[in-house]
Design a protein around this ligand. Structure first.
Ligand code: AKB
Length: 316
């Protein structure tokens, strides 16, 4: 089979940096073209081709796909939940236009595969919040959630109508030390580790008792690659797959940090992001992903805390 040539749009974001590096390991550095609207991330420098590209600029994406003989696109650029609520109109346009364009290019250029991330933000207050099933009531309350659900429906439409191989995961909150998140409701679970090392204390913008599904970045990258590598007959939903690894509340991350930094203190000052979190699941049933393509997480809270603190200590 011909060599896959991969285009990553949004390569400098929280997922993009680590996914780009992982895909370069798998497919060869020169076969993974990283792009983002901003300048190249430090960690990507020297690891392969990089171009500045706006995810809304369809003609430039098409040019690059043709010039680089691209066979797969990973579209990671998006406005997340908290930033989206500050500018709903822009979030809607950004999140919807970018995915529609890539799906059209996928059909037109006969791409082998497309990856586009969805999120637990598709679920809303009417969804069962414990062990939220793959198929359930879906009434998102944020513009980010609405755009992710609409995007899932568009992906399903393109799969069914044009047989486009587009795959997707509903990511929970992602925790990483290499690249920082931006604009999410689950970002407290990353900030807390930075502040634990820098200040020995953290004020959480989500309240005590706010349980959310979460995943360490290594697991998220592996889930993404395993989904994309799975034979197509194993992909049994046209929508995005639920995936999960753990579920915790801010006081539980604090307790996990205190096992390593006993003096660490947490306090709470919930802001507008609390309302967003209140509409999301507490835990996720990802049995479809486990049964269909063998999903299995590796990191629990304590293992993640150890890894985060060890690596951030060196980084900071
Ligand atoms: C966010 O908090 O907006 C994201 C997400 C759960 O999709 N991390």
């Amino acid at each position: 089979m011909a060599q896959e040539r991969i285009l990553i749009i949004g390569a400098c974001g929280q997922i993009g940096v680590e996914l780009t590096l992982a895909l370069r390991n798998l497919y060869g550095n020169d076969n993974v073209i990283a792009t983002d609207i901003r300048g190249e991330h430090e960690l990507l420098k020297g690891s392969g081709p990089y171009e500045v590209l706006n995810a809304m600029d369809e003609p430039s994406i098409l040019d690059l796909v043709r010039k680089e003989k691209i066979t797969q696109i990973y579209l990671l650029a998006a406005m997340l939940s908290a930033t989206g609520e500050k500018d709903p109109k822009r979030a809607w346009i950004t999140n919807m236009q970018s995915v529609r364009q890539v799906l059209d290019i996928g059909v037109q250029e006969k791409l082998h595969k497309i990856y586009w991330p969805s999120s637990i933000a598709v679920f809303g207050q009417s969804t069962p919040r414990e062990n939220t099933p793959q198929q359930t009531i879906i009434e998102p309350l944020t513009v980010y959630g609405i755009s992710k659900y609409a995007g899932e429906l568009w992906c399903q439409y393109y799969r069914q109508r044009w047989n486009l191989d587009v795959r997707s995961l509903r990511y929970p909150g992602l925790i990483s030390w290499k690249s920082e998140p931006g604009g999410g409701t689950t970002d407290y679970a990353v900030e807390i580790y930075y502040d634990a090392l820098r200040k020995g204390r953290y004020t959480s913008f989500l309240d005590k008792g706010t349980y959310l599904p979460m995943m360490y970045m290594d697991d998220a990258i592996r889930a993404t690659i395993e989904l994309m590598e799975a034979p197509s007959e194993q992909i049994k939903t046209n929508m995005a797959y639920n995936v999960s690894a753990m579920s915790f509340a801010p006081e539980e991350v604090a307790a996990s940090i205190q096992k390593i930094i006993p003096d660490f203190q947490i306090s709470y000052a919930p802001d507008f992001r609390q309302n967003i979190a209140n509409g999301w699941p507490k835990s996720i049933d990802d049995s479809n992903a486990r049964n269909d393509w063998g999903w299995q997480p590796d990191f629990d809270l304590d293992k993640m805390t150890k890894t985060m603190l060890k690596n951030l200590k060196t980084k900071l």
